[in-house]
Design a protein around this ligand. Structure first.
Ligand code: 13P
Ligand code: SF4
Length: 348
């Protein structure tokens, strides 16, 4: 569907200024901030999307790693995987436009199956979710009978259906510590598994973690040398890292936590200068919301998340293509839902 250009110049200018008020402090790329001209280019799309949303009774949920013009221009709610999954559960609109990656849109469908869930990016993968299949999990369970399976939320619906408890980066350490068993299977993040082991050790809990899977192609790139370089160049900087980073990176950081955890850390801190070893989208959110603080981001963008744009969001809302619509079997939904509900229970 072609965008019907808004002809009301006054409305367009007002929208561009609204966007500029939100995005003016945000980096578009490293060292380059959003300009009023950038916002003037985005305005016809944000106006059209926000209008279509009402006509179609749709809501837009956007992960913080997607682009800021989606997060601040059109999203009804944005946040990390945990917050988005809780929000998806309670959506009453007919359509959920999920700007994120495929496993996140699947999670929204599992939690609110009567809604049409559409992902503008289509089948946007994730190196973690793509690292393991449900068949792999069945094999692990057969090799370790009776050992409960914890799956990181960055996993397919099929993997969630084979697991006992789903976890996110915000609750994984507490859930792993609180599980009564002495052995746990954890998939599909090998680095996070090592971080769980280190955390359990710090808490004095003896527990064996059997892990399998891969790593996040964004967070696995950071090294302790990146942190050293930040500390050398910016004395006093507080360095934050996501638990998908290597254990030696987590050990060298001042704070390790989820997307929400890092945001809360910044909000509570009196410090003004932060190093962010995480995806650029979160850096953009921090720049937008904590204008009195400075964020140094070495590198790291998720190409999968960035496949969601204003253009394909407009198209998906107007006339979704079959590959943008999430469809899951009722059996997978029912079984995967259990692992998510177990997580919600254990996060209370
Ligand atoms: P959060 O759970 O912190 O939203 O992280 C999701 C993700 O994909 C991290 O790379
Ligand atoms: Fe997956 Fe990493 Fe992208 Fe998150 S940042 S969606 S873990 S590839």
């Amino acid at each position: 569907m072609v965008l019907q250009e808004e002809t009301n110049k006054e409305l367009l200018e007002k929208e561009a200024h609204r966007l500029y008020g939100l995005l003016g402090s945000v980096s578009r790329s490293k060292g380059v901030k959003w300009t009023l001209q950038d916002c003037q280019q985005a305005a016809p799309y944000t106006l059209a999307i926000n209008r279509l949303k009402k006509e179609k009774n749709a809501v837009i949920l956007a992960h913080s790693y997607t682009v800021p013009e989606l997060v601040y221009g059109v999203a009804d709610f944005s946040g990390d995987s945990y917050a988005l999954s809780r929000k998806a559960e309670t959506v009453s609109a007919d359509i959920i436009i999920f700007a994120g990656v495929w496993f996140m849109a699947e999670t929204a469908k599992i939690l609110n199956p009567s809604k049409q869930v559409i992902i503008p990016a289509g089948h946007a993968g994730c190196t973690l979710a793509d690292a393991i299949t449900e068949e792999d999990v069945r094999k692990l369970k057969a090799a370790h009978p009776g050992v409960p399976v914890l799956c990181y939320v960055n996993s397919t619906a099929g993997v969630k259906a084979e697991s006992d408890v789903c976890v996110t980066s915000g609750n994984v350490f507490n859930i792993a510590a609180n599980m009564p068993q002495k052995e746990l299977i954890f998939v599909p993040d090998l680095l996070m598994a090592q971080n769980i082991e280190a955390d359990l050790k710090r808490r004095g809990i003896a527990k064996k973690i059997i892990s399998s899977g891969g790593s996040c192609c964004v967070h696995d790139k950071y090294t302790p040398q990146d942190i050293e370089a930040l500390r050398r160049q910016y004395p006093g900087i507080k360095v934050m890292a996501h638990p998908e980073c290597r254990p030696d990176v987590c050990a060298a950081a001042d704070y390790v936590g989820s997307t929400k955890g890092m945001t809360d850390y910044v909000a509570a801190s009196k410090d003004k200068l932060f190093g962010a070893l995480t995806e650029f989208g979160l850096v953009n959110r921090l720049e937008a919301e904590y204008k009195d603080k400075t964020f140094i981001w070495p590198y790291g963008t998720c190409a999968y998340m960035k496949r969601n744009t204003l253009i394909n969001t407009f198209q998906a809302l107007s006339a979704p293509k079959p590959e943008q619509i999430v469809s899951l079997s009722p059996d997978v939904i029912a079984r995967a839902r259990k692992s998510l509900q177990n997580m919600f229970e254990m996060t209370k």
